[in-house]
Design a protein around this ligand. Sequence first.
Ligand code: HEC
Length: 200
Amino acid sequence: MKRLLPAAVLGLLIATALPASARKWTSDDGRFTTEAKLLGYADGKVKLKKDSGETVTISIERLSEADRRYVVLVSRSRKRIAAKMDTASNVSFAMDVQAFLGNYCMKCHNPQEPKGGYDVTTYAALKRAGNKGALIVAGKPAESRLILALQGEGEIMPPAGSAQPTEEEIAKVSAWITAGAQDDSLGPGPQPPPVAKPRK
Ligand code: HEC
């Protein structure tokens, strides 16, 4: 706990210093550009404030690849995630991590459609390496592709346009990996004997 304190303080400073400066934005087809500040990003929508004071909200899919990456990286700061990990204790695989994967990843990473070679539908599948290596390295979120992809290293996951997790949610998954990535679900285990149906 003590060791994480400086990161927490740093995270707060960065969060308050955030109001990003104006930058040039380009549409995905390269036809439109505008100078604006990033105000926010949620549910696939990016909110910008132009120099004129006008605010616009556009779908992240309509922005250039470089702009999308910028939005994701600014809205999921590693420092703030590290700070939030401090308060995310006792994260449960069964209660928290599976729900996270179900909400944000399973529709594209399942046994029928394991994009990139990754299936996240079970604990056993999560521990298998896909095309880019291990999704989870117990104790080491910085080496786990699950966290790296969420933080925009390689392909940013979930892709723009899909539901986006919050920093708090990412911090919980990181905290679970840091704590050893244990499976606390009951798993398939021995099944109870079938109950005889009452006869009519
Ligand atoms: C809308 C579909 C979709 C969703 C949702 C999605 N992915 Fe992916 N993911 C893909 C596709 C497609 C690829 C393959 C990209 C490639 O091979 O170039 C991929 C590749 C990956 C890779 C390997 C690529 C790399 O550079 O690391 C990882 C890791 C990954 N996904 C993790 C996740 C995680 C974790 C989530 C949920 C937080 C998620 N994905 C959600 C479609 C999706």
